[in-house]
Design a protein around this ligand. Structure first.
Ligand SMILES: [Zn+2]
Length: 141
């Protein structure tokens, strides 16, 4: 088991590390540089993990594939919201569906984009959790 680090909290579970948007290798470094509430820069990622140095962009254009994951998230959102609106609001006019679904989609765009990229990196980035990376490679500066 790896020892806890100075300012980064350790997440042993890969699912939890993904939920917390942490590096796939060390589960400590943050995948995104700013807060999700930063409207203009919510998609900014450092080139590599600030803790272990794992590359966050394995190849140029790596995150184009995450558009498909974003699409899947959005289709899921449309379906769930559509069913909820239908049953909770008694099948209102079409503009109500459009307004609510558009509003929620825009509101959740930063989260959906971040989780799509994180999933892409976890599934296809080629990095696996390595609890002993520090003892093998020393501290990344
Ligand atoms: Zn890392």
């Amino acid at each position: 088991m790896a020892e806890p680090t100075d300012s980064y909290e350790l997440v042993d579970s890969t699912a939890l590390a993904l939920l917390k948007l942490r590096c796939p290798r060390c589960h400590q470094g943050k995948l995104f540089s700013t807060s999700a509430l930063n409207v203009t820069q919510f998609a900014q990622m450092p080139a590599q993990c600030p803790v272990c140095g794992q590359s966050f962009e394995p190849e140029p254009g790596f995150y184009f594939g995450s558009m498909y994951i974003t699409f899947a998230f959005n289709v899921g959102t449309f379906l769930v919201l559509g069913v909820l609106i239908y049953y909770l609001l008694g099948n209102p006019d079409t503009w109500v569906y459009v307004a609510i679904i558009t509003g929620v989609t825009v509101l959740f765009t930063p989260l959906i984009l971040r989780y799509s990229r994180a999933l892409m990196l976890y599934l296809f980035g080629g990095a696996r959790y390595d609890a002993k990376w520090r003892s093998r490679h020393g501290r990344a500066s």
